[in-house]
Design a protein around this ligand. Structure first.
Ligand code: NAD
Ligand code: IPM
Ligand code: MN
Length: 353
């Protein structure tokens, strides 16, 4: 049996707390489903700055490059907020590893579990739900476009999209939509931005190759509103780096908490799996963070990097069973009694077997 080598980068804030617990769940699932894994830890973000001076040490990058998959917690926190941008955990750590591993497609699936209906801030018509996937372009757009400048009198970022980059992400999104409910919403700002006009043209052209997928285009301001008015109307959204960042946090709220939203960053070789949320400095160190986003990110690793859909579905089902039994962390407990990070993971492990 192959042993999968997994690079584990806990990072900062709640990262190490939710990572520890998610690894216990993945171990348990691996045991049950005969998936052998070797976890190898390395530093990233503020933790790496403190230990080595660099937010992404070479040793970490080399480990990730040689691994079968990467699990990441989260990076950043007030302690490192005043460093120059490129030395900060976010740019120098997270964006740098995305760039180095050529991670171009970030999949952020949101599901409102029936047990959490009351935690959804939006009224959902009975009989419907929320089950959508944001496909976020991760390697380009305004995050990475050059020139990028900053001095005392001006700040400049460049939103650049090349047709090739757009078609690469559009293909991921069309294929996801074809496997799901067959609807794709491409989100842009083509009434103003040149990069969006190109985006829309490329996506529209590709639509002809996927006759089974119903494609529609939506401006990002309207999309932000429609997510609240009619979240059940979305199946797959595809959008650029910045819009995807914003809309995916918004969509996480529909599932009850950012602590419910996993992600998979797909690249040309090794893939990286991380919660969509951050290091949550407001609750770090208290043992109360919701580990589900991190655990679900591990389930995405089973599915996307190990081709083990069975184990992925089993982990998701165990989470659902725990939630159905009323086991919840504070962020999704709605004021009712809640458990800590460790007990939440215990409850999931118990329901795996
Ligand atoms: P955040 O995502 O860390 O937190 C936003 C809110 O969501 C907070 O109230 C937090 O408590 C809550 N939350 C997030 N994850 C949770 C969980 N698992 N369980 C319960 N509640 C959870 O965003 P922020 O406060 O804007 O940023 C904090 C730091 O994290 C910043 O340094 C930011 O740059 C960084 N960040 C990192 C990542 C990443 O590493 N992928 C993502 C987003 C933000
Ligand atoms: C995310 C985060 C990152 C992003 C930050 C921390 C650089 O918000 O993964 O959603 O904007 O991509
Ligand atoms: Mn974000």
């Amino acid at each position: 049996m192959k042993t999968f080598r997994v690079a584990v980068l806990p990072g900062d804030g709640i990262g190490p707390e939710v990572m520890t617990e998610s690894l216990r769940v993945l171990e348990a699932a691996g045991k049950k489903y005969d998936i052998a894994m070797k976890f190898e830890q390395a530093l990233i973000g503020g933790a790496a700055i403190d230990a080595t001076g660099s937010p992404l040490p070479d040793e970490t990058l080399n480990l990730c490059r040689s691994a079968d998959a990467v699990l990441l917690g989260s990076v950043g926190g007030p302690k490192w907020d005043n460093l120059p941008p490129k030395q900060r955990p976010e740019l120098g750590g997270l964006l740098a590893i995305r760039k180095a591993l050529k991670l171009y497609a970030n999949l952020r699936p949101v599901r409102l579990y029936p047990a959490l209906f009351d935690q959804c801030p939006v009224r959902i018509p009975s009989g419907s739900g929320v089950d959508l996937l944001t496909v976020r372009e991760l390697s380009s757009g305004i995050y990475f476009g050059e020139p990028k400048e900053l001095d005392e009198s001006h700040g400049l970022d460049t939103m650049l999209y090349e047709a090739e980059t757009v078609s690469r992400i559009a293909k991921v999104a069309f294929e996801a939509a074809a496997r799901r409910r067959g609807t794709l919403t491409s989100v842009d700002k083509a009434n103003v931005l040149s990069a969006s006009i190109l985006w829309r043209n490329v996506v529209a052209k590709m639509g002809a190759d996927y006759p089974s997928v119903e494609l529609n285009h939506m401006y990002v301001d309207n999309a932000a509103m429609q997510l609240i008015l009619n979240p059940g109307g979305f199946d797959v959204l595809v959008t650029g780096n910045l819009f995807g960042d914003i809309l995916s946090d918004e969509s996480a709220a529909l599932a009850g908490s950012l602590g419910m939203l996993p992600s998979a960053s797909i690249g040309e070789s090794v893939n990286l799996f991380e919660p969509s949320g951050g290091s949550a400095p407001d609750i770090a160190g208290k043992g109360i963070a919701n580990p589900i986003a991190q655990i679900l990110s591990g389930a995405m690793m089973f599915e996307y990097s190990f081709d083990r859909v069975d184990a992925a579905r089993a982990v998701e089902a165990a989470i659902e069973a725990a939630l159905n039994d009323g086991v919840r962390t504070g962020d999704v407990a709605g004021g009712a009694s809640s458990v800590g990070t460790r007990q939440m993971a215990d409850a999931v492990i118990k329901r795996l077997s």
